[in-house]
Design a protein around this ligand. Structure first.
Ligand SMILES: [Zn+2]
Length: 393
């Protein structure tokens, strides 16, 4: 028996609005708080939680950027000669994604999504390392660097394994009493919400499954640690997408050309542009002004969201859709999905949630990067208590 186990469990997309009217976790984590997320996708939110820093600091933001000099994908360009009947198929892209990930030794999450092969040589992929490992951030340290530096033994999710395997591995790590800290990342709810939307009865059903898993993990923890400090949290919420906009068609219709005059990445809720001449800049800005479903995010607002990159690495202009509007087709997908995140952090469905069995959530925990300081504090406390207890009398 050890004294303290801090258990940090991230349920992807378990937003405040998803659980607001649901008693999720009330039996074992009765205190909850609404947290503001950060501007971007999970590719930003998770690194912000893990590092305690903001997008402009850690530079893990959107996946694809215009960077032809550093593009690792130049060898894939010939694929655009293949018929789209082949290359457009999801299965083809899935196999190719796996192949490319191994070839390029990417350690993080990687997907070629729907980036056209014709232009793939223009782009670089920004998550080459895994933020779930020490040294995994694009800039600066994360919680795992801290744990390794302090020699605090920990459990972390293996994202190549299923949720159930990770649940069982966590339980095994707890039963071995070898860890003083755990970070579990369950991604299944996010995938489900993307498919069925936030009003489906499958959502509360999935929450009930997580409750059972959490009960199992807690039962093991209580048998091996006198005190279990539990935090369950999310990185963002999920908005149903009832409107679709073909932004690409509008931009393609302009008398300026991709690659020659400008470059763009169509993420599912935002488009990011790089301009190579003034004409392209003016025409595109004017065209975007005619799209009422979205707006250009001013620099001051990006700065306020801590997502302004002074070097414009992720795009010179960011066009963001209104909550519930999806860019279709986009470079993330050819076809619509039921729900999406990555809207403005203060849009209703964007908020994340934090639940705990601890008596109170400190006032200064208001945004998801603040979860990092909770992790640091509890890991430090656990190590101190567990080491003292482990010493022979
Ligand atoms: Zn997602």
């Amino acid at each position: 028996m050890k004294p303290i186990l801090p258990l940090f469990i991230m349920v992807d997309a378990c937003g405040w609005e998803i659980i607001r009217n649901d008693a999720f976790g009330k039996n074992f984590a009765p205190h909850r708080k609404k947290l503001e997320s950060v501007f971007g996708y999970s590719s930003t939110c998770v690194p912000s939680i893990l590092s305690g820093r903001w997008p402009f600091e850690h530079r893990n933001w959107c996946y694809f950027v215009y960077d032809p000099k550093n593009s690792p994908f130049r060898s894939l360009r010939w694929l655009h000669w293949l018929p789209t009947a082949v290359t457009g198929r999801r299965i083809f892209r899935r196999y190719l994604t796996k192949f490319v990930k191994v070839q390029l030794k990417f350690r993080g999450y990687f997907d070629l999504y729907n980036i056209p092969f014709k232009y793939i040589n223009l782009f670089d992929f920004t998550e080459k390392k895994s933020p779930l490992q020490p040294g995994g951030m694009n800039s600066g340290p994360n919680i795992f660097d801290f744990l390794v530096g302090r020699k605090i033994p920990y459990f972390v999710t293996d994202t190549t394994k299923s949720e159930e395997q990770n649940r069982d591995n966590l339980i095994a790590a707890i039963e071995s009493e070898r860890i003083d800290f755990a970070f579990q990342y369950w991604a299944g709810l996010d995938g489900l919400l993307h498919m069925v939307g936030n009003q489906s009865p499958e959502v509360p059903a999935k929450l009930r499954v997580y409750e059972q898993w959490l009960e199992q993990v807690l039962a093991a923890a209580r048998n091996h640690y006198s005190e279990v400090r539990l935090y369950i949290f999310s990185d963002h919420g999920m908005a149903n997408c009832d409107e679709h906009v073909d932004l690409k068609a509008r931009i393609d219709a302009l008398p300026v050309k991709m690659e020659k005059d400008y470059a763009v990445v169509y993420d599912s809720t935002m488009a990011r542009f790089w301009f190579f001449n003034d004409q392209a800049r003016q025409l595109i800005i004017a065209a975007l002004g005619q799209v009422p479903e979205g707006r250009i995010v001013p620099d001051a607002e990006l700065k306020h969201m801590n997502a302004l990159f002074e070097d414009r690495y992720f795009g010179e202009l960011i066009f963001l859709m209104r909550e519930g509007v999806l860019i279709v087709p986009s470079h993330m997908g050819e076809r619509p999905i039921r729900a999406m995140h990555g809207y403005h952090p203060t849009d209703p469905q964007s908020y994340a949630a934090l639940l705990t069995n601890q008596p109170a959530i400190p006032e200064d925990i208001t945004h998801i990067p603040h979860i990092h300081k909770l992790m640091v504090a509890h890991a430090t406390a656990a190590q101190a208590a567990n080491q003292t207890a482990g010493k022979p009398a």
